[in-house]
Design a protein around this ligand. Structure first.
Ligand SMILES: *Cc1c(COP(=O)(O)O)cnc(C)c1O
Length: 460
């Protein structure tokens, strides 16, 4: 499979290159030049597969020739050893929808599903790489922990994790800053997640810096994150055995739901992808009104979605403008220079063919958690709750899957204040949090972070 940039179709990269670079040299995002399609007959045959075999089938075309199917299967199998469910994810019926639980990995959020594979891909590449790779990642709370769990103590890898200082949950912070080995550096940035993401993007855009530190990234701008997330759309669809389904997805950076869009492009009969946002609702605004305009980030009870710059939306734009790279470039340039861009009515209608979007306030989220708890004696975390709320809003003849993105224990304080109940500690947690919290606080400034990384990279 060959890849190009959303801003330049002429570029030609293979999987290994786009994996290591994460961001295209022109600042665009990598996308595949073709998309494999599964026919309904092929889908029927895939029903029998377990999660690992299914993942191999779904992901394989994106990774050839870097990995053949056999190598890929071994890698995926190794990656899911630490998961509490035999088939990685689980499905239950709850409140007339299907909850797809993606939070049974080592750090209790869906990010583990792609990140554990990514850790093993680095390991493969490092067998032939001479230099230490410095991975830099911005996190709104869960990506950091998942990346640390996947990359801690690996040889020839340093991981720098930027999180917004005092803006993540206590447990998110605790997990993130206690589980890493000496190759992990936690940095609390005095700013928002968007500031953290901006710093990472600016470092990628600085070619000299990028090459000096052999920089790589594991944010959902890295295409590898997306492909391993496509799998659970296939898995849930095939297990539920329905003609068509809607998916409600708690969304921030537009990564998880974009994987659903890819699944649809690959032949899965998905009716609507339902974006659930919290009060940071840029995606709701662009999908319903056509204006993409980041506002100031507001802290909410679903902190992993406190994002106003949804990077992966650029990957959707590419298809919305009929693969016209110059048009993507123009819109992204408008964003940079004018602070916003506008879709035409036709473009907005095209987005609305595949997506619906709802903003869910803190109060609505709390009410949903409370309702599900009192009706079903079941805890859903504040992110997953936005998905439940959005699923109720859609009028459709087809059943809905709500994507459960985090374990409720990770948001203990909110859960306790809303339901008045304690949540049983999942077994992963006891192992996760015995150590002392380790992190440095830095100014919201790209040069400050660059200097820090340049100093620390040789410590190990
Ligand atoms: C990261 C995250 C999200 C948002 O996912 P995106 O891929 O950024 O849209 C939602 N819920 C939880 C719990 C998360 O960790």
């Amino acid at each position: 499979m060959k890849y190009c940039s959303t801003r330049d179709k002429k570029l030609n990269f293979d999987f290994k290159e786009i994996f290591q670079r994460s961001l295209a040299p022109d600042g665009g995002l990598f996308i595949p030049k073709q998309i494999k399609q599964f026919s309904s007959n092929e889908l029927k045959k895939m029903k029998k597969l377990n999660y690992i075999d299914l993942a191999t089938e779904v992901v394989s075309s994106f990774c050839t020739p870097t990995f053949n199917k056999q190598q890929l299967k071994a890698l995926i199998k190794k990656s899911y050893k630490k998961f509490k469910k035999k088939n990685v994810v689980s499905l239950i019926e709850l409140d007339k929808v299907n909850l797809l639980e993606l939070y049974h990995g080592p750090t209790l959020a869906f990010k583990d599903i792609a990140m554990q594979c990514i850790g093993n891909i680095y390991e493969e590449f490092n067998k032939t790489n001479e230099d230490t790779t410095n991975i830099v990642v911005a996190t709104s709370g869960d990506t950091g922990a998942a990346a640390i769990s996947a990359l801690s103590k690996r040889k020839k890898i340093n991981l720098f994790v930027l999180h917004p200082h005092n803006k993540i949950s206590k447990l998110q912070k605790k997990i993130m800053t206690t589980i890493g080995g000496s190759n992990i550096y936690n940095i609390a940035i005095k700013g928002s997640f968007d500031d953290c993401q901006k710093i990472v993007k600016q470092m990628f855009a600085d070619n000299i810096f990028r090459q000096t530190i052999h920089m790589s990234g594991v944010n959902s701008i890295n295409w590898a994150r997306i492909i391993f997330q496509i799998v659970y759309y296939f898995y849930s669809f095939l297990r539920l055995n329905k003609k068509k389904l809607n998916y409600a997805v708690p969304t921030g950076n537009f990564g998880d739901i974009y994987a659903g869009y890819m699944a649809k492009k690959m032949g899965l009969p998905i009716e609507k992808l339902i974006v659930a946002t919290n009060e940071n609702d840029i995606l709701q605004r662009v999908i319903n009104r056509g204006i993409y305009k980041p506002l100031k980030v507001k802290a909410s009870i679903s902190p992993s979605m406190d994002i106003q710059i949804s990077s992966n939306f650029e990957r959707l734009l590419f298809y919305i403008v009929n693969s016209k790279d110059t048009e993507v470039k123009k819109l992204m340039n408008d964003l940079e220079t004018k602070g916003s861009f506008k879709l035409t009515t036709n473009q907005r209608k095209m987005v609305q063919k595949d997506f619906s979007a709802f903003k869910v306030t803190n109060t609505e989220t709390k009410k949903t958690i409370k309702r599900i708890y009192s009706k079903h004696n079941f805890f859903i975390d504040p992110h997953t709750a936005t998905g439940f709320y959005a699923a109720k809003k859609i009028k459709s003849n087809y059943p809905c899957v709500v994507v459960g993105t985090a374990h409720p224990y990770k948001f203990l304080e909110t859960m306790k204040s809303v339901t008045g109940k304690k949540i049983k500690k999942p077994s992963q947690v006891t192992k996760l949090m015995s150590g002392k919290e380790k992190y440095d606080i830095l100014k919201n400034n790209t040069n400050t972070v660059k200097k820090y990384i340049l100093e620390k990279q040789y410590e190990n």
